[in-house]
Write a protein that binds this ligand. Structure first.
Ligand code: PGA
Ligand code: ZN
Length: 437
């Protein structure tokens, strides 16, 4: 059905123009929207996301730090860099690959954490270039990204819809500290549901039942940053888990047959570095690493949990190895803040047996090519890759195509409730139809 260009001419990848502007993300903070026009006149636009519970080793966002605008979070400096310095650098340049384009930006910046130009500045250009070239080739974005991933050699049959981790409830920084756990997600059993669209339907029905349960308890049905319910009335982390199980049941589904659960503990957010303890606000519990691991053992014993992200804080390499030794056979142990989509850190984690799964976020590393490399290192070492959104998102659906293009088998795009999350799920539905799945 699709025709792939077999002679990728440099003229297609020649830059005619580039323009950026400041827009808002889903939290009402500024972010960058960049358009790149290639020689044929095709334009690609990209909008970059932004995290709230960020890892220490993520690339640095360029923010204005001007307290008179958006509390210092403006991105006018980044926009200016694109519209002047990067425009001078890129216009009239020819490229033969995504990698070559990204490498030029990496070299121009030259800093380990991309702080000279800004990780957000560079990523917006990298994504916009991918889109512009995709349009110029007359491809779908996932087809172009597959070309970039497989180095132009790929097979249409490789495209497989992912298993989503679908957010239903939120706490911690994302949910006004309703609970300590940041994200509670449903993991639909793809063997049971057969298709992505059925898995999405069932998950969304559970989400609606959770709404009814909260309503009947007279709990708030306000939403957290990523669209999950975040009722302050919750008395414990466990109560949130019970409500979700009830929702699964009331929607007519069964645990394991239809759903397991995934958690993002984002535990650096409640780790007290000075005291070296985890401070759980619900129940005011002070826990050592061992005590926190024991509590998680209880959760894993009592609830159908198949995946835990950031179970320990981001500097505790030793703890992560102990943790993975203990839980790695049973559940996905997912590194987010620990890894920050950084290939070197993935390799270190493999050496130390610290994880068995990696969260993949474009803006943690700052270019499309480096993100593809992170996925490659992950899957080639038999770890799971989960392509993820950020808490601050836009209506850009790039990550839906990213997960399709690569062997990453999981995605995490938030709750089925807010436009900037829905647009990613809807893009997967679109791709599912295109593939005739
Ligand atoms: P963030 O959270 O985008 O606020 O960093 C997402 C996550 O922790 O997975
Ligand atoms: Zn996380």
């Amino acid at each position: 059905m699709y025709k792939y260009p077999n002679n990728i001419t440099t003229t297609i990848m020649k830059i005619k123009n580039i323009h950026a502007r400041e827009i808002l993300d889903s939290n009402g903070y500024p972010t960058i929207s960049t358009e790149i026009e290639v020689w044929s006149g095709e334009i690609g636009r990209a909008e970059v996301p932004s995290g709230t519970s960020t890892g220490k080793t993520e690339v640095v966002e360029m923010r204005d730090q001007n307290p008179d605008r958006y509390n210092g979070k403006g991105v006018l400096k980044a926009v200016e860099i694109i519209n002047t310095k990067l425009k001078d650098l890129l216009v009239d340049k020819e490229f033969t690959s995504q990698k070559e384009f990204d490498q030029m930006l990496i070299d121009t910046d030259g800093a380990e954490f991309k702080e000279k130009l800004g990780g957000n500045t560079i990523l917006s250009c990298s994504m916009a270039f991918a889109r512009a070239v995709t349009n110029a080739f007359g491809l779908q974005l996932y087809e172009y990204l597959a070309m970039a991933y497989w180095d132009k050699q790929y097979n249409n049959k490789n495209f497989k819809l992912p298993t989503p981790q679908i957010l239903v409830m939120e706490g911690a920084k994302h949910g006004n500290w309703a609970t300590d756990i940041q994200e509670y997600m449903l993991v639909p059993n793809i063997e049971t549901f057969k298709t992505f669209s059925e898995a999405l339907r069932a998950s969304t029905e559970v989400f609606h039942h959770i709404h009814e349960i909260l309503d009947s308890k007279q709990y708030s049905v306000g939403l957290g940053l990523e669209g999950g319910y975040a009722p302050k009335e919750l008395k414990s982390n466990e109560e949130a888990l019970e409500i979700i199980l009830d929702g699964i049941n009331k929607a007519g589904f069964e645990i394991n047959t239809h759903f397991t659960l995934a958690l993002d503990l984002a535990s650096s957010e409640f780790f007290n570095e000075e005291k070296g303890i985890y401070h759980l606000k619900t129940g005011n519990k002070i826990l050592s690493r061992d005590e926190f691991i024991s509590l998680q053992q209880e959760w894993v014993n009592n609830y159908p949990i198949s995946s835990i992200e950031d179970p320990l804080h981001q500097d505790d390499w030793e703890g992560w190895s102990i943790y993975t030794q203990k839980f790695g056979e049973k559940i996905m142990v997912v590194g987010d803040d620990l890894i920050t989509t950084n290939t070197k850190r993935i390799s270190k984690a493999i050496e130390n047996n610290s994880i068995n799964s990696v969260l993949i976020k474009l803006n943690q590393i700052g270019t499309v090519s480096e993100t593809l490399d992170a996925i490659r290192t992950t899957v080639e070492n038999n770890l799971n890759a989960i392509v993820s959104h950020r808490s601050g998102e836009t209506n850009d659906d790039f990550i839906a195509d990213l997960v399709m293009a690569t062997p990453a088998q999981f995605c995490k795009f938030g709750a089925p409730s807010k436009g900037e999350r829905i647009v990613k799920y809807n893009r997967l539905l679109d791709i599912e139809q295109r593939l005739g799945a």
